[in-house]
Every structure is written in C-alpha cells, then in structure tokens.
Design a protein around this ligand. Structure first.
Ligand code: HEM
Length: 191
C-alpha cells in the first residue's frame, strides 16, 4: 500500500495517542523503528500487521478506529495531494463526486505501484451521490469517517447510509450521501 497511508497512520496515532503508543504498535507488529515515507509503496502485509496491532494496542474496534482515522486523514491528504488533484473551486460534494477520478489519476501516474480502490460514484441529484466500493481490502469501515472528514474540511454536513456491505456478505458496499443544510439532520442513518 502507498506510503502516505502508513505515514498518516503513524501521524494519526502519535497525535491522538502519543509516540509511545506508536512504538508499542510497531513493536507488536514486529516492525520496531521502521520509517514510512509517502514516496514509496509497501507490501500489503505491512499495513495489515500495523493496523491489527493498532487495534490491539489502543483497544479499539476496527469500526471505531477506521472512522476516527478516516475523519482525521482528509486534511493531511488534501494538504499533500490537493494542489495536484483537487480543484480550488470545488466544494465538498464535488470532491466526493471526483474521488474515483482522483484515484484513477493516482493509479495511472504511479503505473500500478499503488492500488487505490475502484470506487464508482453515481450522481443521483445535485445534492446526492451513490458510492459503490468493491476493493478486496474491504476497508468500507473507512468510508463513513472519510465522508465526515470531507464535511469537516469544507464545512458541509452530510446524511449518509450504507445500503449493502461486503462485510455482511454482499458483493459490494454501497453508500448514499446527501448534503444537508441542517447539521442536526446530518450523520449516519440506520446505524
Ligand atoms: C484528495 C482526496 C483523496 C486522495 C488524494 C486519495 C488517495 C488515496 C491513496 C493514495 C490511497 C492508497 C492507495 C493504495 O496504496 O492502494 C487511497 C485509498 C483509499 N481511498 Fe482515497 N483519496 C482521497 C479521498 C478519498 C475519499 C473522499 C474516499 C471515500 C469517501 C476515499 C476512499 C478510499 C478508500 C476506501 C481507500 C482504501 C484502499 C482500498 O480499499 O483499496 N478516498 N486513497
């Protein structure tokens, strides 16, 4: 997996917990002292081992961890990639509608070194999107936090719902996301 994901995993754990917690996570994963940089791709097992260790050390469920990390990661990822892939005139819904286009550009430029998920985005109406996710990584529990992170970044509120889920045996995960004016109507529906 792309180093940006591992680098931001470390930054997230250091910021939300502390450097000792990150050291414990690396030790538990058998990866003491390893450095992760955004210009390299790492074996998939590195991510899996660090993530498993992070859940264990922080005593957090996958769902809760992925939500928080997903919400947190949007700002640093836009800081790093924004100038190349995010148009300044976009709002948050525009960014969400372009995530597969962004991932595709990343895939093409890196010549297959990284494997951002194949996401399909359908525009249902001018404030509603459907997101279809089918990556073998099955990181669908990241998506609610990522949606919230985009909302935080752009000061927009979304109401969203997961309709099908690979973790429950469906072939793909599908989410609907609707931008709402009233923040009280925002958040995940049917959870
Ligand atoms: C500027 C915005 C974004 C950039 C530059 C970006 C870039 C990336 C990169 C580099 C990866 C790692 C790919 C790999 O090594 O395989 C990734 C993974 C992923 N991204 Fe994005 N991303 C962005 C926004 C989003 C948003 C808003 C969502 C969903 C709402 C999203 C969903 C995912 C998911 C689910 C993965 C996990 C990988 C998998 O399941 O295969 N991304 N992204």
């Amino acid at each position: 997996m792309h180093g940006i994901i591992l680098k931001t995993l470390k930054d997230y754990i250091v910021e939300q917990y502390d450097t000792e917690t990150w050291a414990d996570v690396q030790a538990q994963a058998g990866r003491e002292g390893e450095m992760y940089v955004a210009v390299t791709t790492y074996d998939e097992e590195v991510t899996v081992e660090l993530l498993d260790a992070a859940l264990d050390v922080t005593d957090t469920s996958m769902k809760a961890f992925m939500y928080d990390w997903g919400e947190w990661i949007i700002e640093p990822i836009i800081d790093i990639y924004g100038s190349a892939y995010v148009e300044p005139h976009w709002d948050g819904l525009d960014l969400l509608s372009q995530i597969e286009a962004i991932h595709t550009q990343l895939r093409q430029r890196r010549m297959g070194e990284m494997t951002p998920p194949v996401l399909r985005i359908d525009e249902i109406d001018d404030r509603t999107l459907k997101i279809v996710y089918g990556s073998q990584r099955q990181w669908c529990q990241w998506i609610p936090g990522l949606i919230e992170g985009v909302g935080d970044y752009y000061d927009e509120a979304y109401r969203y719902k997961e309709h099908t889920c690979m973790l429950e045996g469906d072939e793909q995960c599908t989410f609907s996301v609707q931008r709402v004016q009233n923040p009280e109507a925002a958040g995940q529906v049917g959870d």
